[in-house]
Design a protein around this ligand. Sequence first.
Ligand SMILES: [Zn+2]
Ligand SMILES: [Zn+2]
Length: 148
Amino acid sequence: MAKGSVDLSDQMNAYSSPLRKTVKWYKKLGIELILNTALMNSWVMFCENNKTKMGIVEFRRQLVEDLTETENKTAEEVERPKRLRHNLTQKEGSVRNTRRFCNKCYKNNVELYGSKLARNKTKKVSTFCNECENKPHLCLQCFNKIHK
Ligand SMILES: [Zn+2]
Ligand SMILES: [Zn+2]
């Protein structure tokens, strides 16, 4: 067992798990800092543990690939506000067939007037949010309210 093997796994854990959770921490620290301070250590221990002779350039390239992949995925999931991911989309097909009660307006009106009157009071729209659960029909005002 190489002397550095325990340290290596500890280090790898320390680098990889916060990366997944806190993108901002990672961005502040910067990819270069991580690489420059840890690269030599990691590379030497990686080669020792895996009995490979991967060149440091190749090792570095793979490391960069791994890190940037993680960043893209996490940034997408964590940092983009809801309204950028969600779009009010026009339903395809004739307006006649695609118009439905605005989901939120209808619910509001049911509370205000009861379900019978709500059907007369609620406007129909052919726009919906493709990203919301159940892809609800929504008018523009309701869409904006929900996706603040
Ligand atoms: Zn509405
Ligand atoms: Zn939505």
